[in-house]
Design a protein around this ligand. Structure first.
Ligand code: ADP
Ligand code: MG
Length: 578
């Protein structure tokens, strides 16, 4: 501690580079401070520090709080939120140039994700922060740095980790146990999703994940026929709400009646949400994948033949590649890629689907012969997909009744409330016959697993390797830009950073030499995250970075959107290489 003061005194007023001298560890009264990385100038990305607090001295001392992985993640998330709040309470006016004096944590959003910013081990709570070391111009302001290390940081720790009470922890751990119980129930009872009564689904705005508060908000209320009651711990009465069963679920209803809002809540139900979010008890099978049309994306060697064949000029669709996919080919590729990565359910909204991919009605069949239509519409594959591969679909579709034929459940949204109209829909199907022909041929077709060739990931740019992210939606990988703007279940830019770290790890460690296909690559990555943690992917030892755990599907999405990947199709006869 005194040592840090001495160094700071010595480098006061010197050039910014002299800050390098403060790297190292220092013992403070309540924690150990480690300065892992020092920024090169006041405008560069901030310096990385860690605080390690002995657990026994805190309200998190009991191992009960962290005895399961979900509980541990919940407690880490809670500490993260307390620190973020304590940081915001400090006067954060930058005293000096650039980021001088700023203190930052990689803060959690509405979801609870496994993150590297706070980690709780058996004996310590480690908090990773970024700080802007103070300077005027390029001259070190040691007094301000001293203020930061000896006043601001200890205050933040006092007002977070040491303010945290047992009952704060108890609250989040209870919610965690309840959400886990619902996830278990869903698995055990062949459900895809559960939306509890009284859930608040609409969000503040298109760019905010916070609950809608203004105007009249209608809480969710399950139709009687779809209601289940789930016993959950720490609560006298079971939780009631709507069960979405496996199979094919159609959501219909007039425009603006809340269809997309329901689907979006289901999409995000793959994550747990914090208390007060409104979606605490909206829980979805974590292997449900949102599918949408994404024209303009690249596609590499995907067998889209279940949906598209006989393209004009004989272009191959069992191993389809394009630099610029259309709406329908991008949607077909998205589905096949999700299946390859192991999706159990597909989520689709007419608002973001390609119409010609979804429907082809009786009149169009009469006018345009099947022989001159390359697309087999999704409606003719949705059932085989479930029958052959056990993959369910939840589909929002207000514009056509053709899907009544294939739906197992039909939910109508009206004034933001759901009604079970399965029986009515089936009656209409029986009474209004359109003579639409099934063009799907009864079986879905096999799902190829592709083997990504070593060399597909190449981050070299000039003489250096360069992997960067910009916000939630962009990974700059060498000279390639990976655009994740339409990967809708990506929740947090820290997940994007983690995906970039994973890709670079795969390249650096030549992982592609040792796996047989994409699915086993994803298995291996998930196992490493489970066993060694997120930080284990990072080259730099010490501060593990600002990372949050992505699902395998979003990792696959990034690989699939990277241009110029080379692939060998491993099951099936075709051995293709670009
Ligand atoms: P649809 O997809 O059926 O056209 P949306 O889901 O887009 O309708 O919803 C239309 C609007 O209604 C959105 O602005 C949404 O925020 C709002 N909304 C949805 N559900 C509710 C609700 N339960 N209470 C209040 N407003 C809601
Ligand atoms: Mg909509």
């Amino acid at each position: 501690m005194e040592k840090l003061k001495t160094i700071l005194n010595r480098i006061d007023g010197k050039g910014y580079k002299a800050y390098k001298d403060i790297k190292g560890s220092y013992i403070f009264s309540k924690y150990r401070l480690t300065i892992d990385a020092v920024q090169g100038d006041p405008f560069a990305s901030p310096s990385k520090i860690r605080l390690e607090i002995p657990r026994t001295k805190t309200s998190l001392a009991s191992s009960d709080w962290t005895k399961t992985k979900p509980r541990k993640i919940r407690c880490e998330d809670l500490v993260n939120r307390f620190i973020h709040r304590a940081i915001r309470k400090q006067s954060q006016s930058a005293h000096g140039t650039g980021k001088s004096g700023l203190i930052m944590i990689d803060a959690s959003g509405q979801e609870v994700l496994e993150r590297s910013a706070v980690s709780i081990s058996e004996d310590a709570i480690t908090i990773c922060l970024s700080i802007g070391l103070p300077a005027r111009g390029r001259r070190i302001l040691a007094k301000q740095a001293e203020q930061l290390f000896f006043t601001s940081l200890p205050t933040i720790v006092d007002e977070s980790v040491f303010t945290l009470q047992q009952h704060d922890i108890d609250k989040v751990v209870r919610l965690c146990d309840q959400q886990e119980a619902i996830r278990d129930y869903i698995k055990a009872n062949d459900l895809l999703a559960f939306i509890a009564d009284d859930a608040i689904l609409p969000r503040e705005s298109g760019v905010s994940e916070r609950p809608l508060k203004s105007g009249k908000v209608i809480p969710f209320r399950s139709p009687d026929t779809q209601t289940v009651s789930i016993p959950v711990p720490h609560r006298d009465n079971p939780l009631s709400g709507m069960a979405v069963k496996k199979g094919i679920t159609l959501v219909v209803g007039g425009g603006f009646h809340g269809k997309s809002t329901l689907l979006q809540a289901i999409e995000k139900g793959i994550y747990d949400h914090i208390e007060g979010d409104g979606r605490e008890f909206v829980i979805t099978d974590a292997s449900a994948v949102k599918i949408r049309a994404e024209d303009g994306r690249s596609v590499s060697h995907v067998d889209i033949s279940p949906f598209i064949s006989n393209l004009p000029f004989g272009k191959e669709t069992t191993c389809f590649s394009t630099e610029n996919a259309s709406g329908s080919t991008s949607q077909a590729a998205g589905i096949i890629e999700a299946l390859e990565a192991g999706a159990n359910a597909l989520l689709m909204d007419e608002d973001t689907c390609a119409t010609n991919f979804m429907i082809r009605d009786a009149r169009m069949q009469a006018l345009v012969a099947k022989a001159s239509e390359p697309i087999t519409p999704f409606i003719d594959k949705i059932k085989p997909l479930f029958n052959n591969h056990g993959v369910s679909t939840i589909l929002v579709m207000g514009g056509t009744g053709d899907y009544f034929d294939v739906a197992d459940q039909v939910i109508r949204m009206e004034n933001y409330s759901p009604f079970d109209v399965t029986k009515e829909a089936k009656e209409i199907t029986a009474n209004m016959v359109f003579n639409r022909q099934n063009e799907g041929g009864g079986s879905f077709g096999g799902i190829n697993s592709r083997c990504i060739m070593p060399g597909s990931l190449d981050s070299r740019k000039g003489k250096k390797n360069s992997v960067k992210t910009r916000g939630k939606h962009t990974i700059q990988y060498g000279s390639d830009t990976i655009n994740l703007g339409q990967v809708e279940q990506l929740a947090d830019e820290s997940q994007t950073r983690m995906i970039a770290e994973i890709l670079y790890y795969i390249e650096r460690e030549s992982v592609l030499n040792n796996v047989k296909d994409l699915a086993s690559l994803l298995d291996l990555i998930e196992a490493k995250m489970d066993q060694e943690g997120l930080g284990s992917f990072v080259v730099f030892k010490g501060h593990p970075g600002e990372l949050a755990r992505p699902r395998r599907f979003e990792i696959a999405a990034a690989i699939n959107r990277k241009r110029h990947i080379r692939v060998r199709v491993s099951s099936g006869k075709k051995e293709k290489e670009e």
